[in-house]
Design a protein around this ligand. Structure first.
Ligand code: AMP
Ligand code: ZN
Length: 494
């Protein structure tokens, strides 16, 4: 494959560039993974589905891809300075690692439900403390970090004077950062400059997760893990680094600074950023009730939607926006996606039954054009909405061939064979969409049903009959029968 050029919108250069891998035929891709202190939300799903599509398409093009997606299990602090994992542990009276395991399991489950591929390596920050201490030392040795009272800070002013690149990725300048960070950090007095950031933090006596280091008993700064783990598994400079665009600053900006500060080279050649998921035109936010969980979408139990939606419909909905545009979740949008998804799946079935007598090749070009078009659009910075439009062009043609509006005998056998091979491959292999009515993704359906049954169980335990009845009715409407037994509940599809 790989004959077509792949274009990527590089956030670092702000340009669309031709992708040239460092090693011909191989791609190293690092994506910032979740901070596992609470249930994965739909915004996270959008970002990880987007990178899954990129991974799938690179594989489809024939690249050998090493896809590294980390688990953040230490160092990502809340505004009040408390570690997110520790906060979860205190709240639930669990060991921090129990919190990590619980939400990592939940994250994996959700990724399976949305039929995403597993990364090649999924490293955890706490498994790389030694390497993080080594990188802190390297940055100190190179003169870009200093110790103050047991903590180590990155010296942004000195770094920028010499390397002239702090702020390039996020488009910020140090003077702005000075204003922005003036009053939101506790340890300002220890720093030489307000925009300096901690790469090692001395732990307070009651801090839960801490390790010995040359500077103090403490813990690494959040940004450090990604610098360290990407370098360890992909090399000092690798091909693609991704994450949501809310991570551009400070997380990614500081990652670049650390990598350049430690190794004197940029961590990657292409930075890709996904845009945010909105709901009804506004940022999803728990505080003003403008939020919906994946579980609520699967069960239909939310005032924001009129019915339940399946994981593949939600995924199809997400793919109808380009990853770099905002994605506005609405009930109307989901209803339309449901129709579109069903049309696509039905066309696959219709296609299986088409037979040509191979008497002419008059219609071949009309079919090959959208088949090639799909690849062209995906090569244009993974443009899934336009690629899907090519699929719908094919759906119309497949239906016309079946109904006789187009003469199937004017399609050559070789083109019909290509259509029968590529059309399902695009849907399944590249977009990762399975046919749910086929039981095509049974494992995912099992996971969803387990979640739904758990929610129903919780509602019953709380005597919340409204919710439990709503779930029962939604399942009945989907022809699913639930049986309650001593061992728990089981389900069957009628
Ligand atoms: P976190 O677990 O908060 O570290 O986030 C994991 C990933 O999800 C990061 O790449 C975030 O940028 C991304 N993310 C968080 N919120 C949203 C959102 N509303 N829409 C899209 N991506 C998001
Ligand atoms: Zn990261």
């Amino acid at each position: 494959m790989k004959s077509k050029e792949l274009l990527l919108q590089n956030s670092l250069t702000k340009k669309k560039e031709v992708f040239k891998p460092i090693n011909e035929g191989f791609v190293g891709m690092y994506v910032c993974g979740p901070t596992v202190y609470s249930d994965v939300h739909l915004g996270n799903v959008r970002t990880f589905v987007s990178f899954d599509i990129m991974y799938r398409f690179l594989l489809f093009l024939g690249y050998k891809v090493r896809y590294v997606r980390n688990i953040t299990d230490v160092g990502h602090l809340l505004d009040d300075g408390e570690d997110r994992i520790s906060k979860g542990a205190r709240a639930d009276k669990l060991e921090p690692m129990e919190v990590v395991q619980k939400y990592t399991n939940g994250f994996h489950k959700m990724m399976d439900i949305f039929n995403t591929k597993k990364p090649s390596i999924e490293p955890r920050a706490t498994q790389h403390i030694i390497e993080q201490i080594e990188m802190v030392q390297q940055i100190i040795d190179n003169g870009y970090a200093y110790e103050a009272n047991g903590s180590v800070y990155f010296d942004t002013l000195k770094f920028n004077e010499e390397k002239k690149c702090y702020g390039k990725l996020s488009g910020r300048v140090i003077d702005e950062l000075l204003v922005e960070t003036r009053d939101n950090l506790k340890n300002q007095s220890e720093k030489k400059h307000p925009s300096d950031f901690a790469i090692w933090m001395k732990a307070a006596p009651d801090h839960l997760m801490k390790w010995n280091s040359p500077w103090s008993v403490g813990f690494p700064g959040w940004h450090l893990e990604c610098s360290v783990m990407s370098t360890k598994y992909l090399g000092e400079t690798f091909d693609i680094h991704g994450g949501g665009n809310d991570l551009k600053f400070p997380h990614h900006e500081n990652e670049v600074a650390q990598n350049v500060g430690a190794c004197n080279c940029q961590p990657c050649n292409y930075w890709l950023h996904t845009n945010m998921l909105l709901m009804n035109g506004r940022k999803m936010s728990k505080s003003d009730g403008n939020t919906i969980t994946p579980q609520q979408l699967f069960t239909g139990d939310s005032p924001h939607i009129t019915k339940a939606y399946s994981p593949m419909v939600i995924k199809f909905f997400m793919l109808q926006s380009h990853y770099s545009s905002t994605n506005d979740l609405t009930d109307d949008g989901l209803l339309a996606a449901e129709k579109g998804y069903k049309r696509l799946m039905e066309a696959q079935k219709t296609l299986e039954g088409l037979v040509s007598k191979d008497s002419s090749a008059e219609l071949d070009a009309d079919i090959n054009k959208p088949l090639d078009g799909f690849i062209d659009e995906m090569c244009d910075d993974f443009n899934t909405p336009r690629a899907i439009a090519q699929l719908f062009d094919l759906v119309t043609k497949i239906n016309s061939l079946k109904e006789g509006h187009l003469d199937i005998n004017k399609v050559s056998n070789s083109t019909l064979t290509r259509l029968k091979t590529d059309f399902p491959r695009y849907i399944d292999e590249v977009l990762g969409l399975t046919n749910e009515s086929d039981g095509g993704n049974t494992a995912a359906l099992d996971e969803v049903m387990q979640l739904v049954l758990e929610l129903r169980q919780d509602a019953r335990a709380e005597k919340n009959w409204g919710v439990s009845d709503k779930i029962r009715d939604a399942l009945a409407a989907a022809n699913i029968t639930v049986k309650d037994g001593k061992e728990g509940s089981s389900w069957t599809m009628n």
